[in-house]
Design a protein. Structure first.
Lengths: 349, 261
């Protein structure tokens, strides 16, 4: 890394900035993530990483990215990666469980393969790991999140892990069960154990206990990373941009996201109306039915904006001062080049 | 119409909920229907201008209700209906600590959701699941196969087997898309993924927000219509004759679903 430009982090800033693009599906989060990446890399000269945790892998096809999740350089100052669950899982395993024998035993446990792909909420943990791995390497990490409230899932994942630890499942269930199994005693006077045997069968339970016992350093590793990231999520340098399209269901989803952010103690920094229509000049030759159609769209765009602005100024408003930005990307007649990022410039600066 | 259990999926933002509600409206004219969603924002209930409540049936009219299932609700439902645990066991299993551990295990939540769908479909003629967007949906649907590789025993294995049978015998998938290249490309990818699982067929593709069509070329917007027609003709050839195509045109309120051609 000696040939890279020193990042702001090297020059004394405590951490990378994080920018989360959130919103319901199909509003343009991936496109905006990429465009903002280009903008900050080219015009602000910030070393930028665009990271996608969207399972549809759109970023991958758009930028021709490595599907195994390795970071690829797009151009000077701009890197991108998608999240590949399995790769990160394997990388973490190697780092946190250095003992080769235990690791290989784990990898042979049938639960391991299932876990690396289906582990409850794994994508969210992987995202946290990927971000944490790169905090020192970039000035800005732009995160293209999964659609809708799944984005909140991943921001609140640190809490769920914390619960697991708080309830000390490890000490009162897993550890004793593991040692009981080793000693050949599969029945222990433990109601939870007995109940679990009924649910998953005793062989699977044995595998599960073995798995969880050896995975503890791994789970603890996640916990540490999650805690660290939780601090960053609350940092004043972190920005949350909620994106919607100009229709009411999309806007309502945006409002729900706004509320959900607020419920976990965070707030939106901007509301962006993407894919909006530019107002026709009136000199075009439109069919009356089309005119009516355009009129409806413009009406909707405006009333959403009015709603957000009045929503902002009520006494109970939850995102004080979050500005509204409209990005006009289409018109019944061709538009010139649009600089999306400039349209929401004040989000980061 | 024989009993239908339909899973609605498609790229994010294409209008799955809109199409789900349209279908439910159509079918509940003559049969008992239920819409099931698993969402944090009660989008189905709100479409019908009702307040959403988790894990309770919200009536829309005498032949239609909707339910928004929570993860905890699915877990509780599994504990209650899949086996009669004595009270001591039940209270242990219901504890927050147990629940948080169960939630972390591979595929459990997805499995419980599928089990809940089966349960909720029992006392209605048709159930429509307003499902997740493509990637997430595929992950849920691939859970039974993935879990079959682990030699599970006990009630979970019975549930996995039951789900696989139910999916093969009763379920079908409808994919919603827009009439645009990037959306249809994702639809192709998704369809391949679903068919590869060998569980439920895809019987319908619903094209949403289709332009109503000004065919008179003197007006400047005819190009929207023409673009969409070109795209449609290009993709229709790939879908084969055993997939229905539904068209839902742009309109407020949403228009009903026409059959194409």
């Amino acid at each position: 890394m000696s040939d890279r430009n020193p990042t702001l982090v090297d020059r004394g800033l405590p951490m990378s900035r994080l920018l989360f693009m959130m919103g319901p599906g199909g509003v343009g989060k991936t496109t905006l993530s990429v465009l903002h990446g280009f903008y900050y890399a080219r015009h602000q000269k910030w070393k930028t990483l665009v990271l996608s945790i969207d399972p549809s892998k759109r970023l991958a096809s758009e930028l021709n990215l490595d599907l195994t999740g390795n970071i690829r350089t797009i151009e000077t100052n701009l890197d991108a990666a998608i999240l590949d669950q399995k790769t990160i899982f394997d990388q973490m395993l190697e780092k946190l469980i250095p003992d080769h024998k235990i690791r290989s035993r784990l990898q042979n446990n049938p639960l391991y393969e299932a876990s690396s792909q289906h582990f409850g909420g794994a994508v969210e943990y992987m995202a946290l790991v990927k971000m944490e791995q790169n905090l020192q390497n970039y000035d800005l990490i732009i995160v293209d999140t999964p659609p809708d409230l799944h984005a909140i899932d991943f921001l609140s994942r640190p809490e769920i892990l914390a619960q697991f630890f708080e309830h000390k499942i490890f000490s009162w269930l897993i550890k004793p069960a593991y040692f009981a199994a080793k000693l050949g005693i599969m029945r222990i006077g433990n109601q939870a154990f007995a109940a679990l045997t009924k649910i998953v069968g005793s062989k699977a339970l044995g595998d599960l206990i073995d798995f969880l016992y050896h995975m503890m350093p791994f789970i603890e590793g996640f916990h540490d990373i999650a805690e660290k990231m939780r601090v960053h999520f609350h940092s004043p340098l972190t920005r949350y941009m909620i994106i919607h399209r100009p229709d009411w269901p999309s806007y309502k989803s945006a409002l729900a996201l706004n509320q959900a952010l607020s419920n976990i103690g965070l707030k939106a920094n901007a509301l962006v109306q993407n894919q909006a229509m530019a107002i026709p000049t009136g000199k075009e030759n439109f069919h009356p039915k089309d005119l009516e159609f355009f009129h409806q769209i413009l009406e909707t765009q405006k009333s959403i904006e009015d709603h957000w602005k009045s929503h902002q100024s009520t006494p109970t408003n939850i995102s004080p001062g979050a500005p509204f930005h409209r990005i006009e990307t289409w018109s019944p007649i061709p538009l010139g080049n649009i600089n999306h990022a400039e349209m929401v410039l004040d989000i980061m600066l | 119409m024989p009993k239908k259990v339909v899973f609605i999926t498609g790229k994010g933002g294409v209008g799955k909920t809109t199409v789900t509600c349209q279908l439910a409206k159509q079918w509940s004219g003559s049969a008992r229907c239920r819409i099931l969603e698993q969402s944090l924002d009660h989008s189905v209930a709100h479409t019908f201008q009702q307040n959403g409540v988790f894990d309770q049936h919200t009536p829309i009219h005498e032949r239609l209700d909707t339910i928004n299932v929570s993860p905890m609700g699915c877990y509780q439902s599994f504990l209650k209906h899949e086996f009669q645990l004595n009270r001591a066991f039940l209270s242990v299993m219901q504890s927050k600590g147990m629940y948080s551990m169960v939630r972390m295990l591979p595929g459990v939540f997805e499995l419980l959701l599928l089990g809940r769908i089966i349960f909720e479909s029992k006392d209605v003629d048709h159930l429509i699941f307003d499902g997740y967007s493509s990637g997430h949906f595929l992950k849920v649907l691939s859970t039974p196969n993935a879990l079959s590789k682990i030699k599970l025993g006990g009630r979970i294995q019975e549930l996995v087997d039951k789900i696989v049978i139910f999916l093969k015998e009763h379920c079908e998938v409808y994919v919603v898309s827009l009439l645009e290249n990037y959306a249809l490309d994702e639809t192709q990818e998704l369809s391949k993924g679903i068919l590869a699982l060998n569980l439920c067929p895809i019987n319908r593709i619903v094209l949403n927000r289709v332009y109503y069509g000004t065919t008179d070329i003197q007006y400047q917007c005819n190009h929207f219509y023409q673009e969409q027609q070109n795209i449609l003709e290009k993709y229709v050839q790939n879908w084969g004759s055993n997939i229905d195509i539904g068209i839902c045109r742009i309109a407020t309120p949403p228009s009903s679903i026409e059959v194409y051609p």
